[in-house]
Design a protein around this ligand. Sequence first.
Ligand SMILES: N[C@@H](CCC(=O)N[C@@H](CS)C(=O)NCC(=O)O)C(=O)O
Length: 231
Amino acid sequence: MPITLYAVSDGPPSLAVRQLLKALNVEHTLVNVDFGLGEHMTEEFSKKNPQKEIPVLDDDGFFLGESNAILQYIADKYGENDKLYPKDLKKRALVNHRLCFNLSTYYRYISEYVMAPIFFDYQRTPLGLKKVHIALDNFNTYLQKTGTKYAADDNITIADFQLVTATMCLEAINFDFSQYKLVFEWYKTYKREYPELWAIVDAGMQEISAFEKNPPDLSHMTHPIHPVRKN
Ligand SMILES: N[C@@H](CCC(=O)N[C@@H](CS)C(=O)NCC(=O)O)C(=O)O
């Protein structure tokens, strides 16, 4: 029985998981969750994920939220070798670190600055901007420390899927991050070397770019937890 991924078409954590499914050629059913309508806020969805967040994986009744956990599970279950998620303790620790860094800092700061004000009644503030620069500077330093082509190794790992989708949010609003030279190079290299994976991310980016210009009307969202903008 193929696995099912509940995903949102422009959601960076969903796009990260979809890249892995593509990279490993895993047969799956993709269920699009309508974020704008608040399909994830329903009682029914909360049975799949009590956090009411997308993505969620359903592997024959085994439900898993948190995109990092989903990436780790899929890579362990379907990986033909351990390149994307190494078994070697130190290499694996570095991948896990980059995933945690993305969750706690990199994507968190980027999404608070870029995404939240597109969809809800939040502002882009100087403090938010400062945090984005801190996140970019941290990532640049990590790339410098490892001296690797990708986030945790010379080949891509599941950490790159998350970091690429987070960075895509910056490109979606034409945020210039070229001063972070190693991040800039890493991002360009990924796009060049993995066009099929980048295409998944790019489709999400086009949606975010369009919403940046024309913010969506979320006034019909079911039980939003965020302040909804009055258009
Ligand atoms: N830590 C979660 C975060 C997922 C997340 O934030 N998803 C967004 C959609 S892209 C969401 O479901 N937000 C719920 C909301 O804002 O109501 C993960 O990595 O899976």
